[in-house]
Design a protein around this ligand. Structure first.
Ligand code: ZN
Length: 349
């Protein structure tokens, strides 16, 4: 089958480590389904994997991709009780637990100590014609949600959903700041926040990206300097925002600490531009700042997103759709940050 995979690690250019070519057709293990991929979306996670950075050792050839929407092609060796029938349209919860520990037995795999995502370690990724997925991770997809839209949900939208509504526990009328205006999590935050009646403030150094954030429904789009920080304070009546969605890290951390109101929340779900900013501890304790970590989301949260997409409450923003054999172009666009919204790859029909 055709797949996009890490062919080697090292070197200066992660895109040079990407190859699109033939890989063996996977065989699903007991309890697992084989999903025929109709759409898979790209994440910065895949760029990190191409650099050799992952929660597990990256051992080429490793097929990339965390997000998948498709149809159930089969089970091996039997269909587990309650699993969707062959041919069912599905989207996959990409968070895979060990399946053996007490957490996996009683809670969501998100909290398993050995949690990993599709494309990590010995788990195959989704940028292929077929991908094996635990049957328990499949969610039936209503006909009203197309495969391309569904493929955007399991990482970027799920991450944003959990940060906004579970971790920061925001309610209609609350205010939130997100850094960036056009990336996957930033656009998801703006669209989900707008839907939920939040006021979403966005930052970007790029004027065109700020305009795009406003077009998506951001309340205001600001620069990233100290003056922008003061402007945000003025816009919130000197109070600051109820929550900050932080996925950038070193370049934005000080802005985040200044932006959040007293007794407000900063949710951290990434550090794409560096993970060790000066902590600013004095400001944190003096202002009762809550700093919460977050990564991905639960199956139940993904089910809520699927329902939002089915009811058209949420229409994910897609920045481009590429055939699988041109996955290299999609990765180049992702690395350049030149597209608004999620980039999706579809295997040839
Ligand atoms: Zn476990």
């Amino acid at each position: 089958m055709l797949a996009a995979y890490v062919a080697r690690t090292g070197g200066e250019d992660p895109l040079a480590n990407l190859e699109v070519g033939q890989r063996p057709q996977p065989e699903p293990a007991p309890g697992w389904a084989l999903v025929r991929v109709h759409a898979a979306s790209l994440n910065h996670h895949d760029l990190f994997t191409l650099r050799g950075i992952s929660s597990r050792k990256v051992e080429p050839p490793q097929i990339l991709g965390c997000d998948v929407a498709g149809t159930v092609a089969g089970y091996g060796p039997d269909r587990p009780e309650g699993a969707p029938e062959e041919g069912t349209r599905v989207v996959a919860h990409s968070v895979i637990g060990c399946g053996a520990c007490a957490t996996c037995a009683h809670s969501d795999p998100l909290f398993c100590r050995d949690m990993s995502m599709l494309s990590e370690g010995d788990l195959q990724g989704t940028l292929a014609e077929y991908v094996p997925v635990p049957a328990a991770n499949l969610i039936a997809l209503p006909d009203s949600v197309d495969f391309v839209a569904a493929a955007t949900l399991p990482t970027a939208y799920l991450t944003a959903y959990r940060m906004l509504f579970t971790r920061a526990a925001l309610h209609p009328g609350d205010t939130v700041l997100v850094h960036g205006a056009t990336g996957g999590v930033a656009t998801a935050t703006i669209l989900l926040g707008r839907t939920a009646g939040l006021s979403v403030y966005s930052t970007s150094r790029d004027e065109a990206k700020r305009a795009e954030a406003l077009r998506l429904g951001a309340t205001a789009a600001l620069g990233t300097d100290r003056e922008a920080s003061k402007e945000l304070a003025r816009m919130t009546g000197g109070r600051g925002v109820d929550a900050v969605i932080e996925t950038v890290g070193e370049p934005t951390w000080e802005f985040s600490l200044r932006a959040v109101r007293i007794d407000g929340t900063i949710v951290v779900a990434g550090a794409t531009a560096g993970g060790d900013p000066p902590a600013g501890l004095r400001r944190i304790f003096w202002r009762h700042t809550r700093i919460l970590g977050s990564t991905m989301g639960t199956r139940a949260e993904l089910e809520k997103l699927v329902a939002m997409a089915a009811s058209r409450t949420l229409q994910p923003l897609v920045g481009g759709v590429y055939p699988l054999d041109r996955a290299g172009e999609a990765f180049a666009a992702l690395a350049a940050g030149e597209r608004n919204g999620k980039l999706v790859v579809t295997p040839a029909a």
